[in-house]
Write a protein that binds this ligand. Structure first.
Ligand code: LMR
Length: 331
């Protein structure tokens, strides 16, 4: 048994230790992204903040920076590696400098619908891609949906030849460049924050985006036509700095991992509704005609763009492409 004087000391010590723990600064997690708050990614970032701060009060503080307000495309990955931000969720088109395999998600007409995307992302092959950049210091935590992309332009695009000679904004992706070259259009890489102005000033004539990005950036105001092509995917990988994540206290990391799972389920459940709602809002705005392709017209786009797969098969891997194609068949 401890003597009274020792007891008092032990008591005082544990009190001050408790005060120290309580007074310790919370771990600050900066989450930077390039889209608006009312999009699937924007909502996911806010939900992550809410749950993390509710469940780890005083231990974690999450700061969300939307709309390229902290770092834009091209800078956010570097910032993550330097430790200037701790969470980002770039589109899967923006990883080619770090892993060639993730380029698979850009292949045009690879997935029939979002259910197929889900199946592939959940498959062992899809899950392995989350770990494919650990040697570069990047850990993938989850896939977040936005959705399928639509083509937009100031002229109606019904057949591949309608795109000939037009300048299309693309994300920083060699696959997407080739996709537009396949229909003899001119791709131009441009960061997301510059797209609206690029379309407005005519630096580019068209773009490809899910409805949520078109509506939240007001691109419909500067594009007379949207072709509902669903020709490709715009999804995200939520990533963190490997050293930061593994350096977190075990209990914090495990709680944050649970939260990531919950937020992922919610984002992936809501994304389609958000996109469909924004499609209706674009129609209601009356600025833009939405063109529905006939099955034959869509098949012509598919045929024109499909050769792109062969060009990247070596870098991506034929087996991985097969696994993704297999995901089009429901089990
Ligand atoms: C784009 O650059 O078009 C997208 O990656 C933006 C985004 O994050 O949805």
């Amino acid at each position: 048994m401890l003597k009274p004087a020792f007891k008092a000391l032990a008591c005082a010590l544990s009190l001050s230790a408790a005060t120290l723990v309580q007074a310790a600064d919370p771990i600050v997690i900066k989450f930077s992204h390039v889209v608006a708050e009312q999009t699937p990614k924007g909502q996911g970032a806010l939900l992550f903040k809410k749950l993390a701060e509710e469940r780890l009060p005083g231990r974690v503080k999450v700061e969300v920076y939307p709309n390229s307000s902290l770092f834009g495309d091209g800078k956010e990955m570097e910032a993550l590696l330097l430790g200037d931000v701790q969470l980002i969720a770039p589109s899967l088109a923006k990883f080619e400098q770090y892993t060639k395999q993730v380029q698979i998600f850009d292949l045009p007409f690879l997935f029939d619908d979002m259910a197929a995307v889900d199946r592939f992302q959940r498959s062992p092959e899809g899950q392995a891609l989350l770990k494919s950049m650990e040697d570069k210091g990047i850990t993938g935590l989850a896939y977040w949906h936005n959705g399928l992309k639509q083509l937009s332009a100031n002229k109606p695009l019904r057949e591949p030849k309608d795109a000939r000679g037009l300048k299309f904004r693309v994300q920083a992706s060699a696959v997407l460049e080739e996709q537009f070259k396949a229909v003899r259009a001119n791709p131009r890489k441009m960061s997301f924050a510059e797209v609206y102005q690029g379309l407005q000033t005519g630096v580019v004539n068209g773009a490809e985006n899910p409805y949520s990005n078109i509506y939240s950036q007001k691109m419909h105001e500067v594009q007379k036509y949207i072709t509902e092509s669903n020709h490709g995917l715009l999804d995200y990988m939520l990533i963190t700095n490997t050293k930061f994540w593994s350096g977190l206290p075990d209990d914090v990391r495990s709680e944050l991992s649970k939260i990531v799972e919950e937020v992922t389920a919610e984002v992936n459940k809501q994304a389609d509704d958000l996109n469909q709602g924004d499609k209706q809002r674009i129609l209601a705005a009356g600025t833009t005609e939405i063109i529905t392709l006939t099955p034959e017209q869509r098949a012509a786009w598919r045929e024109a763009m499909r050769p792109v797969w062969k060009k990247f098969e070596g870098e991506i891997g034929a087996d991985l492409i097969k696994a993704a194609e297999a995901a089009n068949q429901a089990m």
